[in-house]
Design a protein around this ligand. Structure first.
Ligand code: ATP
Length: 284
């Protein structure tokens, strides 16, 4: 299981094998630093080190729960956990993604990114989510702010702060108030109901962010207005750079009834077809 002693041991690393470098950003729990990890085999790996400024047991447990979920994941488009240091100060050590958050990357590279590359990013995120679906894991916070860029042709899902395991047919009933309303499915806003189908909705919003070069979804509305708009049938408009075929998929992701939305596995097939077509178009 997720917390079996073997798993924990496998991911426990020694602090003196980690060299801490510059600050990358501020996380919810504390600063995130770049650094280098020397593995037991002597390999030097560039890492991101998440720190936790609060040493109380409850906070540390919350902080480490993200690493607890990531321990069991192994996917080319999900940020890899290298290890944890459970003694104070608690650290989570992950692979470093040099190009940072996808949102800022899109703004920076806006003029050189092709439609094929934007479609590729969506496809890669969708692949990661299909993998999570297979593990009965609901992500709950799919947005460009939680996607990191490894290289110009590779993005990874990077933040599991809100993720949960859910049983088949079951769902996670959220209690937290820091919820990303503008990314959320109607049933999540109304009943705090989170399922793979609500992840599909959120993936649609994340794809919208990608094709609109990191604009905020519904920036023209207040959080409180969003649900009324959704219930009267209003959806995000097609971004200029978004291929018609992708826009058609997004419309299906935003079906009001959760069970009528496509599955991630179907979206992967459609998006890889569209990606291939966009590549051919660029090649012509
Ligand atoms: P929040 O809950 O606000 O999203 P968080 O605690 O999940 O915060 P992150 O957003 O994951 O923290 O990290 C804070 C910053 O550190 C991000 O802006 C990101 O740029 C950087 N960062 C985090 N992980 C990595 C990584 N693996 N590689 C490179 N940069 C990273």
């Amino acid at each position: 299981g997720a917390s079996s002693p073997d798993r924990v041991k496998k991911h426990r690393i020694a602090r003196d094998h980690v060299a801490v470098g510059r600050i990358l950003g501020e996380g919810f729990f504390g600063e995130v630093h770049a650094g280098v990890y020397k593995s037991p085999a002597g390999e030097r790996i560039s890492v991101a080190i998440k720190t936790c400024k609060d040493f109380t047991a409850e906070v540390k447990e919350k902080f480490l729960s993200e690493a607890g979920l990531m321990k069991n994941l192994d996917h080319p488009h999900i940020v890899r956990l290298i290890g944890v240091i459970e003694a104070d100060p608690v650290w989570i050590v992950m692979e470093l993604l040099d190009h940072g958050e996808l949102g800022s990357y899109l703004l920076r590279e806006m003029y050189i990114l092709t439609t094929a590359t934007l479609t590729l990013y969506c496809l890669q995120i969708c692949n990661a989510l299909a993998y999570l679906e297979g593990l009965s894991m609901v992500h709950r916070d799919i947005a460009v702010r939680n996607v990191l860029v490894a290289s110009p042709q590779c993005v990874k899902l990077g933040d599991f702060g809100l993720s949960r395991y859910v049983d088949e047919q079951e769902y996670y009933k959220a209690s937290v108030s820091r919820l990303p309303i503008k990314w959320m499915a109607p049933e999540s806003i109304n009943f705090r109901r989170f399922t793979t189908a609500s992840d599909v909705w959120m993936f649609g919003v994340c794809a919208w962010e990608i094709f609109s070069m990191a604009q905020q979804p519904f920036f023209w509305l207040d959080n409180g207005q969003v649900i009324n708009q959704l219930e009267s049938g209003v959806r995000l408009p097609k971004p200029q750079r978004c291929p018609t075929a992708v826009s058609g998929l997004l419309t299906r992701c935003w079906a009001y009834e959760p069970h009528t939305r496509p599955r991630f596995s179907q979206l992967v097939c459609s998006l890889s077809d569209i990606h291939r077509m966009e590549l051919e178009r660029d090649g012509r």
